[in-house]
Design a protein around this ligand. Structure first.
Ligand SMILES: NC(=O)c1ccc[n+]([C@@H]2O[C@H](COP(=O)([O-])OP(=O)(O)OC[C@H]3O[C@@H](n4cnc5c(N)ncnc54)[C@H](O)[C@@H]3O)[C@@H](O)[C@H]2O)c1
Length: 403
């Protein structure tokens, strides 16, 4: 474990239980590796599947004792909260429709929560979770893991320290090609994968999978909120029943303009999450596929490059870099930065100390709420044939938001 005053005071690791993430899952192993990378968590319990035999096998594979392996996540929450050595933090990596049920049950039982995105499928659940976190005072961290990259944090700090001047333009794209072919599962098949089922996957496949990541990255780096948008959403692959692309023009609360483009149907593209932020004094550009490079193009000088632990690195980015310059870090380490920041804030709360301010930029329940609102706003505008709408900002979803 890195030297850290909060953990020195706690004197041990936090006890974590995982819900979801069994063998064959996309993101489960990533969560578990991220949780333990900096030695701030021990994984002590799990419900890795709702199928008892699979959960038992998968739990054993990650080294859990049989009496800490569950197949019912609500039972895990109930029994772990009753044990003196029980888990203190619950991490949720199940299909989208179960996030609200497990997160709210865990918070009600006194656990701090780490949860994957999108936070919920419905606006009502997102609002309710936001209020529940407010009421309980517990930590809720949403794993928008791209905000854990050192160069994303550098970008945030460069916006905040004025290197770009006043932000005027933001372009965000999250382009993948995994759904470029036409072999979707048959919706009449009783075994439809959860992502393709709107009840389980949510109102939009592409927005749930990657749209909320892109939206969060914009807000994390720029510190701006989208105030108005006009959007189109749909399927570019003929016959597809779910959304595989969404595009929107954005107006930000400081008057800046932006554009947002996400798709999973761009043949041959892998995981191209790319952002450009331009201000009155310069532009920054970052591409997730080359995560250790941040381009800075000042208005009044030659183009520059920033790298993790390289010259010009700012404290928030340095804190997120584990190794000397030139030694690549990537997806795992960025994911771990989110876990480790959340761990510091959780440990601080439990020891009555203050976390380092720099630990507090992990995505919160409010960020999750804004993401779910954005999904619904994009759909609302698109359903109105791309009319400009005011984005949902207060606690009451706006039904008359057309500008
Ligand atoms: N942060 C990221 O970059 C990222 C990437 C991929 C997926 N995700 C999110 O992670 C979540 C899971 O996605 P995935 O692609 O890993 O899904 P997946 O279908 O590959 O895996 C889901 C896992 O959850 C388990 N599970 C399902 N219901 C359960 C229940 N009720 N109790 C316990 N276990 C249960 C399944 O057995 C499976 O192991 C989704 O919310 C998704 O949006 C996030």
């Amino acid at each position: 474990m890195n030297r850290n005053p909060v953990f020195e005071k706690l004197g041990r690791r936090l006890r974590l239980a995982v819900i979801g993430g069994g063998t064959g899952s996309f993101i489960g192993a990533m969560h578990r590796q991220a949780a333990v990378l900096d030695g701030r968590f021990d994984i002590v319990a799990g419900a890795l599947s709702s199928r008892p035999e699979k959960s038992l096998n998968d739990g054993r594979q990650i080294g859990l004792p049989d009496d800490r392996i569950y197949s019912d996540a609500l039972e895990l929450i109930r029994l772990e909260s009753a044990r003196p050595d029980g888990a203190e933090v619950i991490s949720i990596m199940t299909p989208n429709d179960s996030h609200y049920l497990y997160a709210s049950a865990a918070l009600e039982a006194g656990f701090d929560v780490i949860c994957d995105k999108p936070m919920t499928n419905t606006l009502e659940d997102a609002e309710s979770l936001n209020q529940l976190v407010d009421r309980t005072g517990l930590v809720f961290c949403l794993t928008h893991n791209y905000s854990g990259y050192p160069m994303v944090r550098q970008a945030r700090e460069m916006v905040r320290n004025g290197s770009l001047g006043v932000v005027r333009l933001i372009q965000i794209e999250y382009v993948q090609g995994g759904k470029a072919d036409e072999n979707d599962p048959d919706p009449t098949d009783g075994n439809l994968p959860w992502r393709y089922d709107p009840v389980r996957g949510g109102p939009s496949l592409v927005m749930g999978d990657i749209g909320t990541h892109a939206h969060h990255l914009v807000r994390y780096i720029s510190g701006l909120e989208v105030s108005e948008l006009c959007a189109e959403i749909g399927a570019i692959v003929p016959g597809r029943k779910t959304h595989d692309f969404a595009g929107a023009l954005l107006r930000f609360d400081n008057g800046a303009r932006g554009c947002f483009w996400v798709t999973q149907a761009a043949a041959g593209v892998e995981n191209c999450l790319r952002i450009r932020v331009s201000g009155t004094a310069g532009t920054i550009e970052w591409n997730q596929e080359i995560p250790g490079r941040l381009d800075f193009k000042p208005l009044a000088g030659p183009a520059e490059v920033r790298t993790p632990n390289g010259p010009g690195i700012l404290p928030l980015a340095k804190r997120a870099s584990r190794i000397v310059a030139g030694h690549p870090e990537g997806f795992h380490e960025a994911f771990a930065n989110i876990y480790s920041d959340a761990a510091e804030v959780i440990a601080a709360r439990r020891t009555g100390t203050e976390p380092d301010e720099a630990a507090t930029t992990y995505p919160s329940v409010f960020d999750g709420l804004m993401g779910v609102r954005f999904v619904h706003d994009v759909i609302r505008s698109a359903n109105g044939n791309g009319q400009w709408i005011r984005c949902t900002r207060d606690r009451t979803p706006s039904s008359s938001g057309t500008v």
